[in-house]
Design a binder for this molecule. Structure first.
Ligand SMILES: Cc1cc2nc3c(=O)[nH]c(=O)nc-3n(C[C@H](O)[C@H](O)[C@H](O)COP(=O)(O)OP(=O)(O)OC[C@H]3O[C@@H](n4cnc5c(N)ncnc54)[C@H](O)[C@@H]3O)c2cc1C
Length: 285
């Protein structure tokens, strides 16, 4: 299908992008275009104005600063996957980026676009939640930080307002931590049927702090607090892992799970427990 007609602007600064968003009702930013364009072609989204931000080179930087990883909104999935720094400090994000769709999508799609779009069936949100990340966003009233825990509000619904632009993802670098992300791929699209990210802070044979998050199978990406509660301040052993994984689906009822031709709520619930256990075992290994 063809897209609706739209006006096109290419922003040369973050301020100009914000001004264009503010002055044009319904305007949308466009970065990698792999999230928005497919939905424009099906008529699910019909923005009258597109504001291209690809000329904002400063939004592509990946660096360490003040105990945090700073990843520019325009960093692509391929750049994130190839970054040694991210592999070292935030392995779950590296895993998620490496698992996205196919080469074409990984080369074009950006982290900012992925998180801002709020598609509940994408990979990165689980990793960003588990890693305790936050987004720096700029709008007409200046800059604010949105914690990942407050970001995802529903399928294609986020806490980012219409006139704001995400400039960077920040991830704290903590000592004695490790993380991973595992997914069950939809064999047709590559999107996750379920994806689970695990972040653990350990002290020899005990877990001091755990953050576990899921994407794909639920109405929106979310932390698995019941699993975390089971793991916090425990000794690492087989029984703890199995008991914690069993609790993965516990806080949700049938209506919280996706239900479509690819997966029933019961299957999603089952996958959530299985992948929570696998991700925990992977990270503890
Ligand atoms: C065939 C295919 C397979 C895919 N498979 C997967 C997969 O397996 N896993 C996965 O996670 N994803 C998958 N994706 C989605 C992919 O990750 C998208 O690229 C990503 O979700 C959107 O990033 P983008 O840069 O392309 O954003 P765009 O499409 O350019 O924008 C998406 C939305 O975000 C907004 N936006 C973009 N940048 C910003 C910003 N800096 N600040 C504020 N708002 C912004 C736009 O206005 C728009 O509403 C797939 C996509 C395709 C087409």
């Amino acid at each position: 299908m063809y897209t609706n007609d739209f006006e096109y602007y290419c922003a040369e600064s973050t301020d100009e992008a914000i001004e264009l968003l503010t002055n044009h009702d319904g305007a949308e930013l466009i970065a990698g275009s792999h999230g928005l364009l497919p939905r424009m072609r099906t008529g699910e989204e019909e923005p009258p104005v597109l504001v291209d931000i690809n000329a904002l080179d400063e939004l592509s930087l990946i660096e360490r600063a003040d105990g945090e990883l700073s990843i520019g909104a325009l960093a692509t999935h391929a750049e994130i996957s190839a970054s040694e720094m991210i592999r070292e400090d935030a392995p779950a994000l590296s895993d998620a980026a490496s698992e996205v769709g196919d080469v074409q999508v990984r080369n074009g799609g950006t982290i900012g676009g992925n998180l801002a779009h709020g598609d509940a069936r994408t990979d990165h949100p689980a990793a960003v939640l588990a890693l305790g990340g936050s987004l720096s966003v700029h709008g007409p009233d200046g800059e604010r930080l949105i914690n990942a825990d407050d970001l995802f509000e529903g399928h294609f619904e986020t806490a980012i307002s219409d006139h704001e632009i995400v400039t960077e993802l920040r991830i704290p670098i903590d000592e004695n931590t490790t993380s991973t992300y595992l997914k069950r791929r939809n064999p047709v699209s590559g999107y996750p049927l379920v994806g689970v990210a695990v972040w653990l802070q350990t002290d020899s044979d005990s877990i001091e702090n755990a953050r576990i998050a899921a994407t794909g199978s639920l109405s929106h990406p979310t932390r698995l607090h019941s699993v975390e509660d089971e793991l916090n301040d425990t000794t690492i052993d087989e029984e703890t892992v199995a008991t914690a994984a069993d609790r993965a689906a516990e806080s949700f009822d049938e209506t919280d799970f996706r239900s479509d031709m690819r997966a029933s709520p019961a299957y999603c619930s089952h996958l959530l427990s299985v992948y929570t256990e696998r991700a925990l075992r992977t990270v503890l290994d």
